[in-house]
Design a protein around this ligand. Structure first.
Ligand SMILES: C[S@@+](CC[C@H](N)C(=O)[O-])C[C@H]1O[C@@H](n2cnc3c(N)ncnc32)[C@H](O)[C@@H]1O
Length: 205
């Protein structure tokens, strides 16, 4: 029968994955302080994508308190796997560093403090997966660096692409011969905001 489930948003909320006290605490802090985090569904998606591409090296742009980084760092092998994460706000970066220790992930995470536009040119790849979650106006400038830093066949995940600031990025990646991109408009329980776009893009050889 081609009948949709009623109250789709409410229905899918029940599938938010369970998570431990540390992640619940970071979610509560984020809600109280207005820190935009990916929430448990996109967190699990990042973990799943990291596992699916068998990532050993991941780059994240935009750490905040380290919530999404924890999911990414859990998707790489330990020992040997590595997540490089960039954050310009020193106070948030200090909090993230504490959270990585609390999660037992400090060996896997290389937290670099500064503007992405300054840090990116000095980074050396290849990375298997890049997660982009900085100010949306910075996405377009970061795109050539992602192209350089991702291995051929590597995966770029860009959050919040339904924000106006991401529009030039959406157009550029869609039209570029270097990427096979799919923009998805989604309902994402616990994500900030819950109705938003995600872009998944394969870096072509
Ligand atoms: C949306 S929050 C990141 C949330 C985090 N990924 C999560 O889901 O837990 C964006 C973060 O990126 C940082 N940021 C924004 N623009 C940046 C830039 N150009 N360079 C470095 N960090 C930036 C902000 O300070 C903020 O902490």
């Amino acid at each position: 029968m081609s009948v949709m489930i009623p109250d789709l948003e409410g229905y899918f909320r029940q599938f938010a994955p369970p998570r431990e006290d540390l992640l619940l605490e970071l979610e509560q802090e984020a809600a109280a302080e207005g820190i935009p985090i990916v929430g448990p569904v996109v967190g699990r998606l990042l973990y799943l994508l990291g596992r699916a591409v068998q990532a050993r090296t991941i780059l994240e742009l935009g750490t905040a308190t380290g919530y999404s980084t924890i999911f990414l760092a859990r998707s790489v092998p330990a020992p040997g796997g590595r997540v490089v994460t960039l954050e310009r706000d020193q106070t948030l970066a200090r909090r993230a560093a504490v959270n990585f220790q609390r999660a037992g992930l400090e060996a896997q995470v290389d937290l670099q403090v500064g503007e992405a536009a300054i840090l990116l040119p000095a980074l050396v790849g290849p990375f298997d997966l890049i997660f982009m979650d900085i100010d949306k106006e910075g996405y377009l400038e970061a795109l050539p660096h992602c192209r350089r830093l991702l291995r051929g066949g590597g995966l770029l995940v860009a959050d919040n692409v339904a924000f106006q600031g991401a529009a030039p990025f959406n157009r550029a990646i869609w039209e570029s011969p270097d990427w096979c991109a799919v923009p998805l408009l989604c309902h994402l329980p616990g994500h900030s905001p819950e109705r938003d776009g995600l872009c998944l893009a394969l870096r072509l050889e």
